[in-house]
Design a protein around this ligand. Structure first.
Ligand SMILES: [Zn+2]
Ligand SMILES: [Zn+2]
Length: 146
C-alpha cells in the first residue's frame, strides 16, 4: 500500500481516523497509532479523549455501585443476625428485623449485580450515575465525603 497523498511513496501505517495509508512524512504519531498529519490528528486525539473519559466514568460508577452494594450487604447481614437473635424474645420485632435484613441484602445483591453488568461506556454509565442513590445514612464510607 502506498501513501494516500503521495502515490509513489510506500505507506508506513494506516490513519486511526480515516483509515487511509500514510507515508512517514504524512503520519503524525498519536496515542495508540498514527493519524494523517494536520488533518486527522486532532480528531484522533479527540476520540482518544472521549474513550478515556468514558472508561473513567464507568470505573467510578462501578466503584460506587460496589461500595453501595457492600454496605447494603453488610447492613442486611447485621439486621438479619440481630433479627434472628431477637426472635426468641419477640417474634414481631425479630421478624421485622429479619425482613429488613433480607431487604437490605437483596438491594445490596442487585447493586453488585448491576455493577457487574456495567460494561458499555456512554449512556448506560451516565444512567447508572444518575440513578445512583442510597437510603439515607446507610453508607459510612461515602466517596464524596471521605
Ligand atoms: Zn486520516
Ligand atoms: Zn504521504
Amino acid at each position: 500500500m502506498n501513501c494516500f497523498y503521495h502515490y509513489d511513496v510506500p505507506a508506513v501505517g494506516v490513519c486511526r481516523s480515516c483509515g487511509k495509508g500514510v507515508c512517514r512524512d504524512c503520519a503524525a504519531e498519536v496515542k495508540n497509532g498514527i493519524a494523517c498529519r494536520d488533518m486527522c490528528e486532532e480528531r484522533v486525539e479527540l476520540l482518544n479523549a472521549i474513550v478515556d473519559n468514558n472508561s473513567r466514568v464507568v470505573k467510578v460508577a462501578k466503584l460506587q455501585s460496589r461500595r453501595a452494594g457492600r454496605a447494603l450487604l453488610f447492613f442486611g447481614a447485621a439486621f438479619g443476625a440481630a433479627g434472628v437473635a431477637l426472635l426468641p424474645q419477640s417474634v414481631v420485632l425479630g421478624g421485622i428485623m429479619t425482613a429488613l435484613g433480607a431487604m437490605y441484602g437483596y438491594f445490596g445483591y442487585s447493586r453488585i449485580k448491576e455493577q457487574k453488568a456495567l460494561r458499555v461506556p456512554g449512556e448506560e454509565a451516565k444512567h447508572a450515575m444518575a440513578s445512583f442513590q442510597l437510603p439515607p445514612g446507610s453508607l459510612d464510607d461515602d466517596p464524596q465525603t471521605s
